[in-house]
Design a protein around this ligand. Structure first.
Ligand code: MRU
Length: 383
């Protein structure tokens, strides 16, 4: 069961609530999420007391973004175990909640493996629950550390590719603290550039249809004082043509063994534009997003989302008068219109200038370079 707790109406630079936290009130353990469907207008926490509520939060994108989905999955297993639910059933529900971000299954498997190992050692349900929670917390910390390392490697790469600083970076979707245990992936690199005085502008794609760029990346950019400008996705072409983009920085939801990158739909067109305009196209993602078990881009399952996300404009509940607690769709197409609504697209490795991970940078992007990076680092996605 989930319930919403209104926390703060946003001022210009409000204190941040964490994207996800574990809490243990007297009524029992809970996973508390910052409800991303309500940002930027309101910071509202969503309290999940069981796995079905957490699964619903994943599917409605109240919690989202590949690294954070992994963390949520791990805490979800810990929640099921701590509350005495069937852990295997909970793990299957969580892992199947969304198909593309490989981190989700990774986090679930890590916590479930810790639970099983403890139970097999005779530590019982309580010992299993404690072990799953330790594992979820470890993944949370590791992801925060990965963010910091990616920010450093990413800025070094930007400075090498574009000597002189003053970077004008285009980004897509949302890749900051809202998707991570730390400060994020691609956004963390832009943030590091900003802190070191080397970011001239962050161009933010609005990211249709759910507007993760317009709602979430601008929210994070404003809070952190970045110079940013929002554009419609289809304005990116003229921005490149005007020579206003020095680099594209994006995240990833799954990187196949050959270096193909699944990311928020609209990333592939940016890669094509970047190549045409001789602009580096840089992917920033933790090792947990690399999936050696998926051989190539064609093997990546791309989530198809409901057509209403395209045929309707969704007004958040606090704006939709008379509909407390529920988002409301305003139709923008004739009733019955069919929509094509893949949540992600796949960029082939030859269009990716570099992949930045916490363990270093892969460039040029080839299957063998990725395999070598994974071999050097022990923390690769378990298939
Ligand atoms: O559908 P979402 O909002 O969960 O999409 C995931 C993303 O945020 C992006 O694809 C992102 O660029 C990769 S996750 C850091």
């Amino acid at each position: 069961m989930a319930d919403q707790q209104a926390q703060t109406a946003l001022g210009t630079h409000p204190p941040a609530l964490p994207a996800l936290r574990w809490d243990e009130p007297p009524e029992g353990p809970v996973v508390v999420l910052l409800d991303q469907t309500r940002l930027p207008a309101e910071e509202v926490e969503l309290v999940c007391t069981d796995v079905p509520a957490l699964v619903a939060a994943v599917q409605t994108l109240a919690v989202r973004g590949a690294p954070l989905l992994g963390i949520a999955g791990a805490y979800g297993v810990a929640l099921a175990a701590a509350r005495g639910y069937d852990v295997e059933e909970a793990a299957a529900l969580l892992a199947g909640a969304r198909p593309t971000a490989v981190n989700l299954g990774y986090g679930v498997r890590r916590a479930a493996a810790a639970y099983r190992a403890a139970v097999e050692k005779g530590e019982g349900q309580d010992g299993g629950a404690a072990a799953a929670l330790v594992e979820a917390r470890a993944l949370h910390r590791e992801d925060a550390a990965a963010s910091t390392a990616m920010a450093g490697h990413g800025l070094t790469l930007l400075d090498e590719l574009l000597p002189g600083g003053g970077h004008r970076v285009l980004t897509h979707c949302n890749t900051g603290a809202l998707v991570s245990g730390g400060e994020g992936t691609a956004f963390a690199v832009a943030l590091e550039a900003h802190r070191r005085g080397r970011l001239r502008r962050l161009w933010v794609d609005e990211t249709r249809p759910l507007l993760q760029g317009a709602r979430l990346t601008t929210y994070e950019a404003a809070r952190n004082g970045l110079a940013y400008t929002l554009l419609t996705d289809n304005a990116a072409g003229s921005l490149f043509a005007a020579g206003e983009v020095d680099a594209v920085l994006i995240g990833a939801d799954r990187i196949a063994a050959d270096g193909s990158v699944a990311n928020k739909v609209g990333s592939y067109p940016l890669a094509v534009l970047a190549r045409y305009h001789h602009v580096p196209f840089i992917v920033v993602a933790p090792l947990t997003t690399i999936d050696p078990g998926t051989p190539d881009g064609a093997a990546i399952e791309v989530e198809q989302r409901p057509g209403q996300e395209v045929t309707e404009l969704t007004a958040p509940p606090q704006i939709a008068a008379g509909a407390p607690g529920a988002a409301v769709g305003l139709p923008v197409a004739p009733l019955g219109t069919q929509a094509y609504n893949p949540a992600f697209d796949v960029t082939p490795p030859e269009l990716v200038t570099a992949i930045v991970t916490e363990a270093g940078v892969v460039s040029p992007v080839t299957g063998s370079a990725i395999a070598e990076l994974c071999a050097r680092s022990r923390q690769v996605t378990m298939s």
